[in-house]
Design a protein around this ligand. Structure first.
Ligand SMILES: [Zn+2]
Length: 419
C-alpha cells in the first residue's frame, strides 16, 4: 500500500492531487514531504470572494503546510500557491481547502494538536509532537475561534456570574457560566470586576438572549447586583449556597484570627493554631485526625467554636422545601448571630437580612439550575490559571479557559486523527 492511498482515504481534496512523497532528513529530524498539485484544468478559488476564477500565475517558492505526523516523522504538504484573476477582487492569492489564511498548519493538524491540548499541558503537547508552544497556542486558538463562532447560545436560561483572582492574586476576572440543569459551560470571561466589565458581557450576549434568562446566580458584589438588575430585569436573581458558604468561611476565619491574637496576648497556649481547616471544612469531610482535634476544640467555649457552630446550623437552611419556613429559619438564625457578640458573624447576619429576598429565590431556582455548578467550575478554572505559567496575557488565558471549559463544538470530519 502506498502512502498516497492512505492520504486519499483520510484527507481527500477533490480539486487537488497528491504527487511524489519524499523522505528527507532536516536537522536530525525525519520529514515526509508530500507534493500537492492542482487537478488538471481545475480553476483556483479566490480567497476573498470564494468563487472559482481563472488562474493568473503561480507563486514560488512553494509553501509548506504541516500535517499530522506519522510514526514520529514530521509531515509537510508542499504546494505552489496560484493567484487568481478575479473580476471582483483583482489579482488575489487562491484559497486552499487544507488551511486557512496565512496558517502554516493544516487545519487537520491544528485540530489534532488542539485535541491533545485538552488532555495535556501545551508545553507537553509541544514536546510530544516536536513543535513549539506557539504552534500549539495557534492551534488551540483556531479551534476556539471556530467553536465560538459555531456554538449555540439559544437555550441559555440560567447563568452564574463569578469573580476569580488571577495574576497571582493581583487582578480579577469576571466569569459567566451557563448553569442550566445538566449543562455546564463557560460562556464569557472578562478582565476586572467592575460595572463596565459585566456590561460588556450583556452587550456581547445580546438583548434578546438576556430577556430570556430566568435565573442568575451571583455573589453580593455590588457592581454585579447593579448590572443584573438593569440588564436582566426579568430574571430571578439568586444567591447560591456556594457564595453564602464562602462568606461564612471568611467570617469564621476572621473570628479565629482575632481570637488567636487575643489568646496570645493573654499568654495562653495557641490552641487555635493550625485549626483553620478543621473549622472551614464541612464536618463530613474531616479526616480522623482532624475530627479528634475538632472534638478537643469543641470542649472550650471559644469564640471560634461558637462561630463554627453557627455556620453548621445554617446548613439546615438549604434543606427546607417551603421558602416560607426557610424564611422563618433565616430570621431566627440572624437573631442568634446578632446576639453572638461575634462581630464578623453579625456582619454576615446583617448581609443576609439585607439580601433576604435573593436568598429565598434559591428555592424557586434549585430545580432549574445544576447545584454546585459554580463551585465546580471555579475549582477547574483555578487549576487552569495556576497550571499556566505562560498565561500572563489575558487573551492566552481566555483561549485556554474556553478550550477546556467552553464545551465548544468542532467541525464534522470524515476521519478523526485524535479522539
Ligand atoms: Zn474574488
Amino acid at each position: 500500500m502506498q502512502l498516497k492511498t492512505i492520504l486519499n482515504r483520510v484527507q481527500k481534496h477533490p480539486l487537488f492531487v497528491y504527487g511524489a512523497i519524499e523522505l528527507v532528513e532536516l536537522d536530525d529530524q525525519l520529514t515526509l514531504e508530500v507534493q500537492v498539485r492542482p487537478r488538471a484544468n481545475g480553476q483556483p478559488t479566490c480567497s476573498r470572494c470564494g468563487f472559482r476564477r481563472p488562474g493568473y500565475d503561480t507563486l514560488s517558492p512553494p509553501r509548506r503546510f504541516q500535517f499530522v505526523p506519522l510514526w514520529g516523522i514530521l509531515v509537510f504538504f508542499v504546494y505552489s500557491m496560484r493567484r487568481v484573476d478575479c473580476p471582483g477582487c483583482g489579482v488575489v492569492v487562491e484559497a486552499v481547502p487544507w488551511a486557512t489564511g496565512k496558517q502554516q498548519l493544516t487545519s487537520t493538524y491544528a485540530w489534532f494538536l488542539a485535541g491533545w491540548a485538552k488532555k495535556l499541558s501545551w508545553t507537553e503537547v509541544a514536546t510530544s509532537f516536536h513543535t513549539s508552544w506557539d504552534t500549539v497556542y495557534r492551534a488551540v486558538r483556531t479551534a476556539v475561534d471556530w467553536g465560538s463562532e459555531h456554538r449555540d447560545l439559544s437555550a441559555v436560561c440560567a447563568i452564574g456570574i463569578d469573580e476569580v483572582l488571577w495574576k497571582r492574586g493581583y487582578g480579577f476576572l469576571t466569569v459567566v457560566y451557563q448553569i442550566d440543569k445538566g449543562t455546564r459551560r463557560l460562556l464569557w470571561v472578562g478582565e476586572n470586576r467592575r460595572v463596565k466589565t459585566l456590561l460588556k458581557f450583556f452587550r456581547n450576549f445580546g438583548d434578546e438572549r438576556s430577556a430570556q434568562l430566568r435565573f442568575i446566580c451571583s455573589d453580593m458584589w455590588k457592581p454585579y447586583l447593579v448590572v443584573i438588575a438593569r440588564k436582566a430585569p426579568g430574571a430571578t436573581h439568586v444567591l447560591d449556597r456556594f457564595h453564602i458558604a464562602s462568606t461564612m468561611n471568611k467570617a469564621i476565619n476572621d473570628v479565629r484570627v482575632q481570637e488567636v491574637n487575643s489568646l496570645k496576648m493573654d499568654g495562653y497556649e495557641p490552641i487555635l493554631k493550625g485549626m483553620r481547616y478543621c473549622l472551614l471544612k464541612r464536618a463530613d469531610n474531616l479526616s480522623e485526625g482532624q475530627e479528634i482535634k475538632l472534638a478537643e476544640l469543641l470542649r472550650y467555649n471559644l469564640k471560634s467554636v461558637r462561630a463554627y457552630l453557627l455556620k453548621e446550623d445554617f446548613d439546615a437552611f438549604w434543606n427546607y422545601v417551603s421558602p416560607a419556613w426557610a424564611g422563618k429559619f433565616l430570621d431566627r438564625w440572624c437573631t442568634r448571630a446578632m446576639r453572638s457578640r461575634l462581630d464578623p458573624m453579625k456582619k454576615v447576619a446583617r448581609m443576609l437580612r439585607r439580601h433576604r429576598e435573593l436568598l429565598l429565590n434559591w428555592f424557586a431556582a434549585r430545580d432549574a439550575i445544576s447545584a454546585g455548578a459554580t463551585e465546580g467550575n471555579n475549582n477547574k478554572l483555578k487549576v487552569i490559571t495556576r497550571r499556566a505559567y505562560g498565561f500572563k496575557a489575558f487573551k492566552v488565558l481566555e483561549t485556554a479557559l474556553f478550550h477546556t471549559m467552553g464545551d465548544l463544538p468542532r467541525p464534522k470530519a470524515t476521519h478523526r486523527f485524535c479522539r
